[in-house]
Design a protein around this ligand. Structure first.
Ligand code: PAF
Length: 288
């Protein structure tokens, strides 16, 4: 199936009129990989054979800070369209910057306290940019359901919260993250890594697995076990440069307190060379 390509709002409106419900939106920044394929398959599953899958492809300048990789972020619409075609996507909306932001975006979404920690602390303004573009995409495409990856766990939690707090009436579906055979979480940024940087980056999932394995000994043991792996990798060549390691309540993203029982999320961010990577794994904690 060849998807309809809409490059403008007018093109999107025309395509949207012809879409049969349910309409399932998958927002992306393109450079689609196996993790995105999992989102597209889930979207098609929700839409059924008669519903419609709408994919947006837009590298959102609002969510990149100064000195980040906006200019060199991978862009390959031809390849993205081929992947969307293979996964049964109905419409691809790929606006240019003026199409998405026809005027200066003076009013933006405040992500609140959950957006100030972890990714929000490391990348000031990031979640304001993400939630602002996601809200605009919701308004422009009017989906019944929107699908996001659990790899960006904090983003997913904030999108859920924005959708609830603003009564948007859109169901949000989260899809488990996809790993390459070597264990690295799939990401459009993985293509920046040299072979030696990639080997270094594997300490990220290894640290999270070590944390998971220590779950029986409580939350402090989880952080200590994961931290040891990251410390070792920070002395490697090339070194891994850890940004944060945290064990949080997945609903609030507040650090878990001693005695927390239930599923927590162990998250880490680190740099290998110039490439910033994030990863997360669930950890089941009992009573300490
Ligand atoms: O996860 C992403 O690719 C982006 O943050 C999103 C949700 C498409 C918003 O630009």
């Amino acid at each position: 199936m060849i998807p309809i390509l809409a490059r403008t709002r007018r093109g999107l409106d025309a395509a949207r009129h012809g879409m049969t419900p349910p309409v399932v939106l998958v927002p992306t920044m393109g450079a689609l990989h196996d993790g995105h394929r999992a989102l597209l398959r889930r979207a098609r599953e929700i839409a059924g054979t008669d519903g419609s899958v709408l994919v947006s492809v837009f590298v959102n300048p609002l969510q990149f800070g100064p000195g980040e990789d906006f200019g060199r972020y991978p862009r390959d619409l031809t390849e993205d369209l081929a992947i969307c075609g293979a996964e049964g996507v109905t419409v691809v909306f790929a606006p240019d910057r003026a199409g998405m932001y026809p005027r200066e975006q003076l009013v933006t979404v405040d992500p609140g306290p959950m957006g100030q920690v972890l990714e929000g602390a490391s990348r000031p303004g990031f979640f304001t940019g993400v939630l602002t573009v996601v809200l605009k995409l919701f308004q422009l495409t009017l989906p019944d359901v929107a699908v996001f990856g659990q790899k960006d766990a904090q983003q997913l939690a904030l999108v859920r919260r924005m959708t609830a707090d603003f009564d948007l009436g859109i169901a949000i579906d989260g899809v488990p993250l996809v790993r390459d055979p070597d264990g690295l979480a799939t990401s459009s940024r993985n293509r920046y890594l040299s072979a030696s940087e990639r080997a270094t980056a594997l300490a990220l999932p290894a640290a999270l697995r070590a944390g998971q394995e220590a779950a029986g000994d409580g939350s402090e043991a989880v952080l200590a076990a994961a931290g040891q792996v990251l410390d070792r990798a920070s002395r490697g060549d090339p070194p891994l440069l850890p940004d944060y390691l945290a064990l949080v309540d997945p609903e609030t993203f507040a650090g878990v307190k001693p005695g927390y029982a239930g599923t927590a999320l162990l998250l880490a961010a680190a740099r290998a060379g110039k490439t910033r990577l994030i990863d997360n794994m669930p950890v089941t904690l009992g009573r300490e």
